[in-house]
Every structure is written in structure tokens, then in C-alpha cells.
Design a protein around this ligand. Sequence first.
Ligand code: PA5
Length: 356
Amino acid sequence: MASDGVTDLAGGDILDVAEKIRKVDPSDMLGVLSSMPGQVRDAYSLPRPKLRIPRPASIVVLGMGGSAIGGDLLGACLLEKGGPQVIVNRDYDIPAFVDKNSVVFAVSYSGNTEETLSGFAQAKKRGCRIVTISSGGKLNELGEAAMHIALPKGLQPRAAVAWMLVPMLGVLEDMGVADVRTDVEEAAGMLEGMMKELAPSVPASKNLSKEVAAELHGTFPMIFSGPLMAPVAKRWRTQLNENSKMLAREDILPEMDHNDLVAWSEDPMAAHCAVILLRDDAEHPRVAMRMELTRKLGLDRARSVREVRSRGKGTLARLLSTMAVGDFSSVYLAVLRGVDPTPVRVIEKLKKQLAG
Ligand code: PA5
């Protein structure tokens, strides 16, 4: 195979050479990730619809893939604020309980995702209040103009997560469901600091995401967390899938102690896995204890185990700070693997085939 001059280099060397990174990441996914603090602030200032429902019976987010993860993060934010439960519907059909007392966010970056459009049509028939969020597409045409949040164009959906998450928080804040202004400001400030720590210019010896990427390279990554951080574990996995083009898996404690642990204690495949434990100061003390015991009883059989701890006070900052480490790691890992992090050709191919 012809040498590309990049994949020949050892991990740390590649990640510390700017032109090598540019060569593997020509669409500058790293640059887009670095814009996250600005995204958070700008997304909070986007014009948004005002809904008059004091306490919605349910909050439902319709979305898939990169457009759905914001719904999971929204659910985690509201959980700690005592808000209503958020159901993220990744399907064509919406649950029977969704009715005119539900607030529905139909979120699709492209605006053309068939599952989301199908859920939107069903929610409309049931008389739900539907906020549409897209950068264009059919969702933009079908939604009510006054209920639409228009996103900037030209991003990969997964790189626009803050654009999709923060306006939903804003809509719910305006409805009196939860105060988020301070959380948004804290998260943006926290991310600003992290962008400096995780930037490509910071050498591998001092850059957490470069270290993580080198550790995950050539392994089967397994991302574990407690329930609150579950959306972030999913995000790590999906970013490894789409940016690094790697198989990866996520699971949650305490549930995994009731099944997965058995395999960890016995399967020789454990030696090919690299474990990331996403830790959070607010995790249940028994979950914290389980993390330690689960390591000793099984996870320590993995090739490596690393803890990544959330930072910040508010849930939003804790979620996004932990997510940022994974986002950057996934792109550095793409560089180590010599794969362009941006395109997701097979998803586009599948969508074309489905469209006939
Ligand atoms: O990351 C991706 O490109 C996918 O996961 C998409 O987000 C998913 O296919 C849904 O498309 P859209 O975000 O345009 O609704």
C-alpha cells in the first residue's frame, strides 16, 4: 500500500504535527469542535418560539443520530432541575401518550430525516404544540413559521449539537420549566477553557484528548457511566463511530453489573478493549462504589482503564465538559487511523437507497 506519510508516524508524533492533522482532517472537524463555546452562547440568543403551556404533561424530542443526542442531553439537564421527563423518540411512530398537552421538538439538522418527519406528521395529527428545529429541508417547510428555529447551514449534524440542544433549553426556560441562563453561561465559560487545553497546538504529553486517542487506538473502546452521564457515554460512542469510523460500545452502571460484568470477568476479548469510565461528582455513592468494585472484579482485565471526570457545577457544564473530551479524542483518533472524520458516506448511501 502506498505510504501517505501520515499513518507511518507514531501516534504522538502525528498528533503534534499541525500539517499532518490538516491532511487527515481537510474539512476541519477540529476547528468546528473548537467553536462549541460560541455555539452555546449564540444558540441561546437565537430567536425562539414562545409557548404558553405552564407545565407540559410530557416533553418529546423527535430526532435521529446527531440530531437526537441533544434530546438526551436535555433530558439529563431537566432531571437534576426537577423538570418533566424528556422522551427522545428515535422512531417512525410516536408513543400513544403523546397528545395536545405534550410539547414536541422535531429536530433534524437536514430537515429531511424520514423517521423525524413521520413522527412530526403524527404529532401534528394529535394536535401537539411542535417546535421544529432544522437548517432547512422539509421540516422547515412543514413546520409553522412561528414555531421554527432556524439553524446555520453547512455543519455535520453531530457538530451542531449545541445549536440543537440550547434553543430547546431556552424554549423551556421561557415556559417556566427551568432556569438555564446561569447554566448556559457556566457551560460556555467552561468550554472556552477546555478548548485551550484540548487544542491541536497542545502537545500530546499535556493534552487529555490526544492521550485518550492514543490509548483507544487499535482497541475496542467501551464507554461506561452512571445514569446521568449516559447521554455523554452515547455521544462518545457515536463520535467514535462517525468521526473515528470505529466500532465502540457504551453501557451504564449499575445495570451493567447485573450482566456485562460476568463477561468482563471471563471473556478473553477483554484484553482487546479499552475502557473509559465517565465519572461525575453527583453520581450516587453506591454507583461510585460499584465503579471501583467493577474495575477490580472485571474491567481491570481490559487493555486499559481510564477515568474521565466531569467538570463544573451545573449539569449542562458537567455534561458538555465530559462530551468535549470525547469529541476531540474521536477526531484525534481519526487522525491516528488516517481517516477523514467528517464524511459519513454510508449513512448518505443508505438514505439514498431508502428514498429509492
Ligand atoms: O451524524 C449524522 O450525520 C447522522 O447521525 C444524522 O444526524 C442522522 O442521520 C439524522 O440526520 P439529521 O441530523 O439531518 O436529521
